[in-house]
Design a protein around this ligand. Structure first.
Ligand code: FAD
Length: 540
């Protein structure tokens, strides 16, 4: 076992919270090591609804969360312009909804006070006729509707942009590296033991260890005999590989909760459930009942919902702060920075709770606490300093497409991930051939991700560049992607097939709960084709 060089801070967890903390502390001039046991953003962050929003729902019971989320969302959308886009909701009101149109409009009038903080527009009230004109798929018997504007974001790229910036300012960050132990010396936490992707173990000493491991934070705190109390709540989404409505839509569930169908750039997320979770955080399954609960609610407001074919489901566990008695969706989304010095674990700080929409603020407060402990004086810069790819204006996508010989859609998608660094990615020296027609990702981008973005598996590539995210779910591109990554990482032919098979098997778990009869048939064909290719190649 080797002992690495000492750091000022080790951050445990590469979700949005840990990535934000690593960036903030690096910009303040501290030496930082971040360790993530899976891939960046693969925990709760990637399973979110992909929204930077204020949460009008919280106005009823947690006013401050709405205000803080809106304030911080305003900062996030200006430092991450290439990653965000406006998401406009049409909120239909039906005759027997818990809120009639007057109550709904009053709520939106209150929310309008916060909208300027996050650079969003105020609501509009629509008659039933106007609502049906803009969104013909709505139930014809609606009473009226109100609009609401939020922001969409690719959380995987948002996490990675924070990691990139941290690394650019001197941090080290490793994915597929699990912290197995906190090293202690007479009641003080002085570092971590960890296991890397090759199974080798090592130690890193640090003056402060930050536990930013989301729903896993009680488990990590317990390594030092400290306590973090959460009330973890599971949420699922159904993913459609295209837009199925002009606008995002909300619906009331059978038990009166607010659900959302969010129209993102090229896909739709329908969610989400919110249920107390007591299971294994490393193995969270979606069950058909949860899917049915969501579809039942949306069928009322969007009657054709069952005609659309989902691609997969996602699921994650919210790291909600503990509170007895309240229903899950009424729990506060506040966060807490916990210094465990009083529990005999000086040197360990946990950041728990919160939301993606206020990750920057959470990181700022955590970094303030770390700096105070270290006697380090340096102001927080993250509210104004742009994330990588946002330092300058982007080339118009048509121009980039013509210059590099790629379709305009591929250029737009590349810029949405890389911003003004898109040209640098295409200049990587690899071909700009498109890997998959349904989700136009260039080979050059995948090569770049394998060389510079710590892509170590096809699942990492899915998160970093969107491989297999489109309607084919990988059927048309996964083997080619394995070839491209394999070339970069030195995989044998057998390892490439194993990687493809592993990806198909794992993504099947997320698809199974939404496969209809024809879906199962297609699944059999896709898996059979993969096996056939392996036999033809002589690998199996
Ligand atoms: C269904 C759902 C929808 C949501 N939608 C939204 C939304 O639209 N907008 C919003 O603002 N919020 C949303 N949220 C909340 C938001 O997603 C979370 O608050 C946020 O992503 C939590 O980020 P995190 O970094 O704290 O946790 P995570 O993303 O879970 O990151 C923690 C990381 O720590 C790593 N880790 C754990 N143990 C170890 C270890 N021993 N060693 C190394 N690494 C370790 C994990 O692998 C994980 O990657 C949603 C949540 C859910 C569940």
């Amino acid at each position: 076992m080797s002992v690495g060089s000492p750091y000022d801070v080790v951050v445990i967890g590469g979700g949005i919270t840990g990535a934000g903390v690593a960036r903030d502390l690096s910009l303040r001039g501290l030496s930082v090591l971040l360790l993530e046991k899976g891939d960046y953003g693969a925990g709760t962050t990637g399973a979110s609804s992909w929204m930077i929003h204020g949460g009008p729902r919280y106005l009823e019971f947690d006013w401050d969360t709405t205000r803080l989320s809106c304030q911080d969302a305003g900062h996030i959308v200006s430092i991450a312009r290439n990653l965000v886009y406006r998401v406009v909701f049409v909120i239909p009101v039906l005759a027997h909804d818990k809120n009639n149109i007057e109550r709904m409009e009053t709520a939106m009038e209150v929310y309008d006070r916060f909208q300027p903080l996050k650079k969003s527009h105020p609501h509009r009230r629509l008659t039933a006729q106007e609502a049906l004109q803009v969104e013909p798929g709505l139930a014809p018997d609606l009473v009226g509707a109100v609009t609401m504007e939020e922001w969409g974001v690719d959380p995987h790229r948002l996490v990675f942009a924070n990691i990139q910036d941290a690394v650019a300012h001197g941090a080290s960050a490793f994915n597929h590296t699990r912290v197995t132990e906190l090293i202690r010396d007479a009641g003080k936490v002085i570092g971590v033991r960890y296991q890397g992707p090759d199974g080798a173990t090592a130690e890193a000493r640090a003056k402060v260890v930050v536990n930013a491991s989301g729903p896993w934070s009680p488990e990590v705190a317990a390594m030092a005999g400290a306590r973090v109390e959460l009330r973890p709540a599971k949420g699922i989404h159904i993913v459609y590989p295209h837009r199925i409505s002009n606008f995002s839509i909300s619906a009331e569930s059978v038990d009166g909760r607010d659900l959302l169908m969010v129209s993102h750039a090229g896909f739709t997320l329908l969610g989400t459930t919110d249920d107390d979770f007591y299971g294994d955080l490393d193995s969270v399954d979606v069950v058909e009942d949860e899917v049915e609960y969501l579809l039942q609610a949306f069928e009322r407001v969007f009657p054709a919902i069952r005609d659309y074919r989902p691609a997969r489901t996602t699921t994650g566990v919210r790291p909600t702060l503990f509170k007895w008695r309240r229903y899950e969706d009424e729990l506060s989304r506040r966060y807490a920075v916990l210094d465990h010095a009083g529990e005999g674990a000086d040197g360990l700080i946990s950041i728990v709770g919160g939301k993606l929409s206020m990750y920057r603020l959470m990181a700022e407060e955590t970094s303030d606490a770390v700096c105070q402990k270290l006697g380090h004086r340096a102001p927080c810069e993250t509210a104004r300093r742009p994330l990588p790819g946002n330092e300058s204006e982007v080339t118009p996508p048509g121009e980039l497409a013509a210059r590099c010989g790629i379709p305009a859609l591929a250029a737009m998608k590349l810029q949405s991930r890389q911003g003004s660094n898109a040209e640098k990615v295409l200049d990587e020296g690899a071909t700009s051939r498109i890997l998959c027609r349904c989700e136009p990702v260039t080979e050059a981008e995948l090569v770049y991700a394998a060389r510079h973005e710590q892509v170590r598996s096809l699942a990492d590539a899915f998160r970093r560049v969107g491989v297999a995210a489109g309607p084919c779910a990988g059927a048309a591109c996964i083997l080619r992607s394995a070839e491209v990554i394999g070339r970069e990482l030195g995989w044998s032919a057998e390892q490439r097939f194993d990687a493809a098979r592993d990806f198909v098997r794992r993504s099947w778990l997320g698809r199974a709960p939404v496969l209809g009869r024809s879906g199962w048939a297609q699944e059999e064909l896709a898996q059979g084709a993969l096996r056939g290719l392996m036999v033809a190649d002589g690998t199996r």
